[in-house]
Ligand binder design. Structure first.
Ligand code: FE2
Length: 340
């Protein structure tokens, strides 16, 4: 296998070589060409893309690879939502993150065995970070692909505003289930491979317990992560546009309600706190995320990726873009469109 540790806004990408070359997660839409070229260079062709979950940094090259003939596999709840064109697909509109439209060919259930490359992997449902999140377990080699359930030595952020008050407890239970597998190697979607898997799970479990005990803290944690990602994919946001941007976001309005604040007060406090902590920086009149990240060209944020290939017609008939030329979300990635 080849593992590609990538800075934000891309999730780490895993390529499983063999008779059925497979890619686990496909990065951010702004880097779809780069992801596809990397997979081609290392494996020739990709038969299957497996998504640990449907966040934009994990599914960005799905459409391009699908247009080139790859199948897309995803956890059953997310696969079903994509199939029925659920407006909440990928939480793309909610989080204001672009996703080029794709379809799911293979819904995955807990316990299902999947041939990836030349090995069999077991699907381990691990809801929490998203309701449809899954991990992949290779029992002979004791390798566990954990997606965003665990990053480095921390639990992945949970979205209490979208997924409900029990979400942190759900994430905690999923972490415990994965820890019980006692993997030899953990492959997370962000950050490096943890040197000590058992210690990584112990630290992440403690952190998840704190999120269960402190729902307000969990809401703040999620808000910081969503906002930092918004800054990364836009090469920062002009300082004078920050508050109008935040006030218009569904996730911020919902978080404010849970925190018993007005959206204006939450937006102000979020920016102030993140500036103070150094998580965001003011540079040349724009607010930037401080975390290491790769620039994204503006154009892919506005125009959904549409690659050439034999699946193109099918993809174009079934789905359409979520952004107009103005850059505003217009259609969710899963709604049906009239046949062309
Ligand atoms: Fe995620």
């Amino acid at each position: 296998m080849t593992w590609w540790q990538r800075p934000f806004p891309d999730a780490n990408t895993l390529l499983l070589h063999g008779r059925q070359p497979a890619l686990v997660d496909s990065g951010f839409v702004g880097h779809a060409e780069e992801t596809a070229a990397w997979a081609r260079a290392h494996a020739g062709a990709v038969d299957l893309v497996v998504n640990t979950h449907w966040h934009s940094d994990h599914v960005g090259a799905n459409a391009l690879l699908q247009a080139g003939g790859a199948g897309i596999a995803a956890g059953a709840p997310e696969a079903e939502a994509v199939s029925r064109r659920d407006p909440g697909c990928c939480a793309a509109e909610y989080l204001d993150q672009p996703v080029a439209p794709y379809t799911v060919d293979l819904p995955l259930d807990d316990g299902q065995m999947l041939r990836l490359g030349d090995a069999d992997w077991e699907v381990v449902r691990s809801p929490g970070h998203t309701p449809g999140h899954l991990a992949l377990w290779q029992p002979q080699e004791r390798i566990l692909v954990v997606g965003d359930a665990l990053s480095d030595y921390d639990v992945g952020w949970v979205n209490l505003t979208l997924d409900g008050p029990g979400t942190a407890a759900t994430a905690l239970a999923s972490l415990q289930r994965m820890a019980d597998l006692a993997p030899r190697v953990i492959l997370p979607s962000h950050g490096p491979v943890p040197g000590e898997p058992a210690a990584a799970f112990a630290a992440a479990l403690r952190r998840a317990e704190r999120l269960v005990d402190d729902p307000a803290g969990a809401v703040w944690y999620g808000a910081r992560r969503i906002f930092a990602f918004a800054l990364m994919i836009r090469d920062g946001i002009p300082a004078d546009a920050i508050e109008p941007y935040l006030h218009a976001r569904a996730w911020l309005t919902d978080a404010a309600r849970l925190l018993d604040l007005t959206p204006e007060a939450l937006a102000h406090e979020l920016v102030t706190n993140m500036l103070r902590s150094g998580a965001v920086l003011l540079r040349d009149g724009r607010l930037h995320a401080a975390a290491d990240h790769t620039p994204v060209a503006a154009e892919p944020l506005r125009v959904p990726t549409r690659g050439p290939g034999r699946a193109r017609g099918r993809a174009e008939r079934r789905t359409e873009g979520i952004r107009s030329q103005s850059g505003r979300p217009q259609k969710d990635p899963c709604r049906p469109t009239s046949a062309k």
